[in-house]
Structure formats: C-alpha cells, structure tokens
Design a protein around this ligand. Structure first.
Ligand code: SAH
Length: 448
C-alpha cells in the first residue's frame, strides 16, 4: 500500500473528529464524509506511521444513515463536518464515543444514559464569530479546515437566521465606509472580527466590532444604520485586540451605541450577558442540560452549593431557589459582575459570587469553613486543575455534578475523583448538532 493508491473497504467506526475508519490489513485509514458500515472506494492521500488519511472517491454500498448535507458550503467550510449523517446517526455516534471513552480511560462500568438531542437541530447558535478579510473585496465567513483562509459565507444554517441578514448588512456598510480590514499576516489594518450574540427568549442582539486599534471611523454612523434596519439590535460594542493572536477578543471593550449587554431568559430566570462573558450558545439544549444538572444535584432546599466555573451565574442561579446557599466562582471578572446583577434581578439573595481561579477560591472557602453538600463543576475544555480536585476530595461534598464540554478531560478527572466517589451516571447532551462536539453531565456520589 502506498500514497495515491485507490482502495476499497468498509467503514467500521468513527474517529473523535467524525471521520470514518477503514482498516486495510490492520492499518487504519481515516476518511472524512463517510458513514459507518458503508463500503467505499477511497484514495490514500497521506500515509503516517500509525494511520493514513483517505479521500472518498465513491460509495459502493450506501448506509441508510447517510443524508444530503443541506449547507452549500459543506465541502469547503471547516465548520460542521457531520452534516452527511442523519441526526439520529449523529446522536448514536456521540453516545458511542462517550461509551468508548468511559471504557478506554476509566475501566469503570458507568451507565451512559440516552443522549438528549434537539427537536430541530439547526439554527441554534446564538453567537457567531466571523473573521473579516480583504480578498478582492471584503469577505466574512468561516475558516477552511486547518487554515485561516475564509470561505465567504452568506448563510450559515446552524446560526440564527437574523445573524445571516445582519452579517450581510454589515458587509455592505464596511464597503460603504471603506473600513480598514485587518491583515493577519502583516498584522496591519484594523477590523478583525464581527461577533454577534442574541437572546433567544428575549429578542435582543449585540454586535461587537473587534478591532486592532481603538480608532474606528464612522462607528456610530454604522451602529445607527444597523439599529434602524434591525430594531432588535440593542447593543453595538467595540472590542480592541491589538495583539498578534488567534484569540478573538482583547481585554478592552466599549459601547458604541445602545446598552452594555443583552438579555436572555432560561426557564423563568433572566440574564444580562456582556460581551466578555461566556454564555452557552444553544438555548434549547442549555435549558435541558441545566434541568438535568439540577436533577442530578438532588437538592432539597437545605444544601450549600458551590457553582465552580460559573460564568454569569446561570447554573448556580438555577439551583438557588432549591438550595440554602449558593457560592459561585469564575475567573472572568466581568462575568462575575453579570452574575451578581443576575442574582439581584432574579431576587435570589442567597448567593455569593467571587472572581478568581476556582482552584484558589475554593481553598479560601474551605479555610473559611464553608461546607458544600453539592458541588457543580463546569470547567473549560482542559478540565479541572488538579489542586481543585484535591480540595474537592478534602471537602467531601455528598454529590458532585460535573458538566463537561470535553469528555476526555472529564474521564481524566473521574479517575482522580473515583478514589472517594461512585460515578453514578453520565448523560450526554447534544449542544452542537452537525458537529462532533459532545457535552456530558455526570453525577458522582460520595462513597458510603
Ligand atoms: N457554567 C457556565 C460557564 C461554563 S464555561 C455556563 O454554563 O454558562 C467555563 C467557564 O470557566 C468560563 O466562563 C471560563 O471563563 C471559566 N474559567 C476558566 N478557567 C477558570 C478557572 N481556573 N477558574 C474559574 N473559572 C474559570
């Protein structure tokens, strides 16, 4: 077998990136856009030591799990790469991935509950972050796979429809006012990204112009025109990011026109969300995720709850009316300011929010004698700091509910926590349909 060979085989599994796996004499080849159980012909385009990369040539026997991707950019865009699977098949794939990880990384017999899917798995993203480039005219869109070249996009089927219209209007304004566009390679020019964020139950949208320098000529004029055309735009902001970096937002931001934040509602709670704060992108699934977390927390009204990595306080505030007291910690100061306002606006006075690293603040709380009965954990992709886990093991809360956007780091943390905790169950939640990302909520109970 050598590069450029044309080969035939049957897809036996998926990689965590959603590529099909075919084995040729025991050698695995990963092939994008293929479906389990399909018999396919492919070209071997790369031959690494332990695995190869293939390109689909033709399908000999098609699976019933295959469907036609509705997005016209599907084959160029690096965004949602499993649109060729029916939604049922996507859900099965994700649940199996969690099961395989549990088996491979923990050797524990943890029940993986049915995955919670979406009713209509499209148009769910309430946040769009679009890079802007100059390439024979101003283009906005998404990056091609493993590249920073933009695929110009006018319609993205996983983002809110209003974001398509706003983006197209913004592009026209950028041309009209000849806005200077950032050139990543030369680190010159000004406008880098457009970020859009909307409420779902509350019809409010924020636009953020991310620029290299603070000077943005005609900013107010553009904001006014956008707000006139789209009355649901209630906030236009500018974020300044002068650094040579892939990180989208810089540290400084200001309001050009309108409010400093937008609102949304999750179940019966309202939230103020500012541009620098994390907010879950899929509203329908967030409500389901939080309800599941609340169920796993088994609160009776008497408990002290810690909400670690709390963002704008969403999960903690969901728990507050079922608990005695809630303590939230989060590293982004502005998010903690949001959380405090959100507690006040929802009349939840039994809450206390602090900005800082979870691994540091939890030690302070321990020293202050705070004894949590339930700890909610919802860390970023890298999982929890080992010091945080050590402190949890000392604090011995009766239950830990761990929400994870990266099951591999959850499995790593489970291996540490299982010293004192029974890992009772895992429920996967599909927060990001059409992509391979999978969210998991896990219930752990202190061993008797
Ligand atoms: N529970 C929230 C946020 C989850 S996202 C929600 O559901 O909306 C993870 C959050 O962890 C982010 O807000 C991020 O800013 C925060 N974070 C990252 N590292 C942290 C650390 N070391 N300590 C505390 N918070 C951290």
């Amino acid at each position: 077998m050598k590069k450029n060979d044309i080969l035939t085989g049957t897809v036996i599994d998926y990689t965590h990136e959603g590529n099909g796996v075919v084995k040729i004499d025991g050698y695995p080849v990963f092939i994008p856009h293929t479906v389990k159980d399909e018999r396919i012909t492919f070209k071997l385009i790369k031959q690494n030591k332990g695995f190869g990369i293939g390109k689909l040539v033709s399908i000999e026997e098609e699976s019933a799990d295959r469907t036609t991707p509705p997005c016209i950019y599907y084959h160029q865009c690096g965004g949602c790469n499993i649109q060729h699977l029916t939604y049922e098949a996507q859900l099965t794939m994700k649940r199996n991935q969690v099961k395989n990880l549990v088996h491979k990384m923990t050797k524990l017999d943890i029940p993986v509950r049915p995955i919670i899917g979406m009713d209509h798995p499209w148009r769910y993203r309430n946040k769009s972050q679009l890079p802007v480039q100059y390439n024979n005219g101003i283009v906005t869109g998404f990056y091609k796979p493993r590249s920073h070249d933009i695929v110009p996009i006018e319609e993205c089927l996983i983002q809110k429809e209003s974001h398509d219209h706003i983006m197209n209007a913004i592009r026209n304004l950028l041309q009209k006012y000849e806005v200077s566009i950032y050139d990543e390679r030369r680190h010159k020019g000004n406008l880098r990204h457009i970020v859009l964020r909307s409420g779902t139950k509350v019809d409010e949208t924020m636009i953020v112009f991310v620029t290299k320098s603070q000077k943005l000529p005609n900013a107010e004029q553009m904001a006014e025109e956008l707000m006139t055309q789209f009355p649901h735009i209630t906030s236009v902001r500018q974020n300044i990011n002068p650094d040579k970096t892939n990180v989208i937002l810089g540290r400084k931001s200001l309001t050009i026109l309108g409010n400093d934040y937008i609102h949304d509602q999750l179940d019966d709670l309202t939230f103020e969300i500012s541009d620098m704060s994390f907010y879950q992108v899929n509203h329908e699934q967030t409500e389901k995720l939080y309800r599941q977390a609340l169920k796993y927390a088994e609160l009776t009204g008497t408990e002290n709850v810690i909400d670690a990595y709390c963002g704008i306080g969403t999960i903690g505030l969901f728990m507050a009316s079922h608990a005695d007291r809630v303590y939230g910690v989060e590293i982004v100061e502005k998010a903690i300011m949001d959380a405090k306002r959100n507690a006040g606006n929802n009349q939840l006075s039994n809450t206390h929010f602090e900005a800082g690293k979870a691994e540091e603040i939890i030690i302070r709380w321990q020293q202050a004698g705070i004894k949590p009965h339930v700890v909610m954990v919802d860390p970023p992709r890298k999982g929890c700091d080992p010091v945080f886990i050590e402190t949890l093991l000392e604090l011995e809360p009766a239950r830990i509910v761990y929400v994870s956007c990266n099951p591999s780091t959850l499995m790593r943390d489970i291996q540490l926590l299982q010293a004192k905790y029974d890992i009772e169950a895992l429920t996967p939640v599909d927060m990001f349909p059409q992509t391979t990302h999978v969210e998991v909520v896990c219930k752990m109970t202190l061993k008797g």
